[in-house]
Design a protein around this ligand. Structure first.
Ligand SMILES: *Cc1c(COP(=O)(O)O)cnc(C)c1O
Length: 407
């Protein structure tokens, strides 16, 4: 039954993804079912989206209640759900104001436009450059693609949007050197996620913040993946003792409902006036209801604490797997975002995990990315460990594990 549908998908849907060979039909918490009724443990959560677990009741209830009242009306009107969502984001973040849109790329696009406009108003048209990081990921629109420091995503899309300077991540000297009179902002992820789970150094971020403040250069944090509890704090910047000028959120913001937001300080957000930026759907009543329900659930239910605790628990399991299998070369992350770096083909390993009933993702060819729902418990992590052990054992037969060599 699944195979026929998969063939149909291939016929009708653009070939932009290497999809897993299953038709997903239902989700509940940390689990997903396919069309044949097979159950999978979800360590991907829709790519760090369903942080509260699949079909979270509070979000579902609010969405249904809102859907019965009003789907959409446009940003030409004031909307109660949008006001509530904006207020809760501002209350729990460094920000004063928000701009709603529909995705991570759009939120970053808004941040880039706002940074340029703020600088243009204050310093004139020569100050427009944005420093971004090698190995970063900021989205697939032409502008956010240009901000993304990975050549493989650029292929065939020239000319890119100009005005971006690329520097190595975690290198304050390089950043200092690239800053000039033209620089209006620095934009980065605190954990390069798509890039392979590389965590920023605290000292680097603090130095970067000092440097940007001195020069009135805006600090834009792309928290599209690290925000909304993923690292054990509501926002990853809370781990670094800094606050940004602008921050973008999307992925888990609506726990599965598509929505993005740009959060900023008042004096910077002021650079947007009526007519300078817009979005038809941005923060519509359904999206806003999902944001409010997601936010209030996330801060009210011990979810951040669970994320921190389960993150530590998962980390110890990953370290024991690393000890056992020599092809695991590194394990890194924070909260519930982890990368397992392999010296063998990660796609092949990911496919074996799927056969064994675990959904995870491989990035950069050799790095397994684990981003389970933040509600995960020890029981699910134990299941993951057991399956991971079984899967890795298969590959150790080919490559020779540390254990094999000891014998
Ligand atoms: C996923 C992601 C984006 C892009 O978000 P979309 O919703 O796919 O446009 C941007 N930045 C980061 C850090 C991401 O992880």
């Amino acid at each position: 039954m699944q195979e026929a549908l998969i063939q149909k998908a291939k016929k009708y849907i653009a070939n932009t993804y290497n999809r897993y060979p299953i038709v997903a039909t239902r989700g509940d918490g940390c689990w997903v079912w396919d069309l044949d009724g097979r159950r999978y443990l979800d360590f991907l959560a829709g790519i760090a989206v369903c942080n509260l677990g699949h079909v979270r009741k509070e979000v579902l209830d609010d969405l249904i209640a809102q859907a019965k009242k009003l789907f959409h009306i446009s940003n030409l009107f004031y909307m109660e759900p949008q006001i509530k969502a904006a207020e809760v984001i501002v209350d729990y973040s460094f920000g004063d104001k928000v701009f709603f849109c529909n995705s991570g790329a759009e939120a970053n696009e808004a941040a880039i436009k706002l940074a340029r406009r703020y600088s243009w108003k204050k310093y004139g048209k020569e100050r427009y450059e944005i420093i971004v990081m090698d190995n970063s990921f900021h989205g697939r629109t032409l502008c956010t693609l240009s901000a993304t420091g990975q050549k493989k995503f650029w292929e065939g899309f020239d000319p890119l949007v100009e005005g971006f300077t690329y520097v190595p991540f975690n290198n304050i000297g390089a950043l200092q050197k690239s800053m000039s009179k033209k620089t209006c902002a620095v934009m980065l992820e605190l954990i390069q996620a798509e890039g392979g789970i590389y965590v920023a150094d605290k000292e680097y971020i603090k130095a970067l913040r000092t440097l940007t403040k001195e020069k009135d250069v805006l600090l834009i944090l792309d928290e599209v993946q690290t925000g909304m509890g993923r690292t054990g704090k509501l926002f990853a910047y809370e781990h670094f003792d800094v606050t940004p000028d602008l921050m973008t959120l999307a992925k888990a913001l609506g726990n599965g409902f598509p929505v993005g937001v740009l959060v900023g300080k008042d004096n910077i957000m002021e650079a947007f006036e009526p007519g300078s930026h817009a979005s038809t759907f941005g923060g519509n009543p359904l999206a806003a209801a999902s944001v409010y329900a997601t936010f209030t659930t996330m801060v009210g239910e011990g979810i951040l604490k669970n994320c921190t605790e389960m993150g530590k628990y998962l980390h110890t399991h990953l370290l024991s797997l690393k000890k056992k299998y020599s092809f695991i070369t590194d394990v890194r992350g924070k909260g519930l975002i982890w990368g397992i770096e392999l010296s063998i083909d990660g796609d092949m390993v990911q496919r074996e995990f799927l056969k064994e009933g675990v959904i995870l993702n491989c990035t950069k060819g050799t790095i397994l990315r684990l981003v389970p729902p933040l509600i995960i418990g020890t029981e699910e992590i134990d299941i993951f460990h057991e399956i991971a052990d079984r899967v890795f054992e298969r590959f150790s037969k080919d490559t020779g594990s540390k254990a094999d060599r000891l014998i």
